[in-house]
Design a protein around this ligand. Structure first.
Ligand SMILES: [Zn+2]
Length: 295
């Protein structure tokens, strides 16, 4: 379940928890017009849009980065045994993701940093595991990097008894990390070392960040949920039904797409199915996504 690529000296593996039929595209992207799908259908089907049901196809995967200094996991998917109401396929999962990590040579104690683009339930799940009596950090030595802004919003909401977007993940996947003293709450100018730093990308959630990676003149951007589906590269103004601030998410997405088009920066999205990663290219004032091909 792990596929590796190289970015300078950084080794990147995509570790897939699962791939599924998700919401219908027009449900997920409320401003999507039928003619937009029609124009893009030739490349959307069957990889990103199921021709039979019209449902989008989503991958839930994490990125494993081995830099010169650190072993880093970015976005930890849905996790096992978590009680979730949002989607059936998130509820009480049981996927051998730790075995998948083992196949790419990583044991839980090898991970130095766990970094989350944001704190929604499908990006923090493997932060913790259930011992039978309580939730504990999955990666016993790791520091877990959370944007302070994002954490503050969740904490306030949790205290007010609201679980609309986090689906209980604050209590089972964030709080146990804080209580274990393993959280690193970061500001907008955080950089881990000279090869990984953050770029604030608010909108989908208030403290959403992208992770910029760079090594030997090669650069990449882990985009989290700033972009969910490749049709949003073609139509950057399409916000999802799940973006907390749709106007801001659209502004952020357009800004990033314009900034990174034609730069050779490898884009590493959180939910594009295989082949997942690629480059943004502009063509006559439009944007395209050139997938890297089979990894
Ligand atoms: Zn997500």
């Amino acid at each position: 379940m792990g596929k590796a690529l190289k970015l300078g000296n950084i080794e990147i593996s995509i570790v897939t928890e699962y791939v599924t039929l998700f919401e219908k595209l027009e449900t997920f992207l409320p401003d999507l017009k039928p003619e937009m799908v029609q124009q893009q259908r030739h490349w959307l089907e069957p990889r990103f849009l199921d021709p039979v049901t019209g449902r989008s196809i989503f991958s839930f995967h994490m990125y494993l980065l081995k830099t010169t200094y650190h072993t880093v996991l970015i976005d930890t998917c849905v996790g096992n045994h978590k009680s979730r109401k949002s989607f059936d396929h998130w509820h009480l999962r049981n996927t051998p993701v730790l075995d998948y990590l083992a196949t790419v040579g990583v044991r839980p104690e090898d991970v130095d940093y766990v970094m989350c683009t944001h704190l929604h339930a499908d990006h923090v799940g493997w932060n913790t595991v259930w011992t039978g009596t309580k939730w504990v950090p999955t990666f016993p030595r790791a520091k877990y990097v959370f944007a302070k802004k994002e954490w503050e919003v969740l904490q306030t909401r949790s205290q007010a008894g609201k679980k609309l977007y986090d689906d209980g993940c604050y209590e089972d996947s964030i709080l146990p990390i804080i209580e274990a003293g393993q959280a690193l709450l970061i500001d907008d100018d955080f950089n881990l070392d000279d090869s990984i730093w953050i770029e604030p990308s608010p909108g989908h959630s208030p403290g959403h960040v992208c992770f910029h990676v760079e090594s030997k003149q090669a650069s990449g951007l882990l985009t989290g949920d700033m972009i969910h589906h490749p049709i949003q590269i073609t139509y950057p103004d399409l916000a999802t039904a799940f973006c907390q601030d749709k106007k801001l998410s659209t502004h952020t997405r357009r800004r990033f797409i314009e900034q990174y088009a034609d730069t050779g920066t490898l884009i590493l999205p959180a939910h594009f199915p295989d082949p997942t990663v690629g480059y943004i290219r502009s063509e006559q004032a439009k944007f395209l996504f050139d997938f890297l091909g089979k990894l």
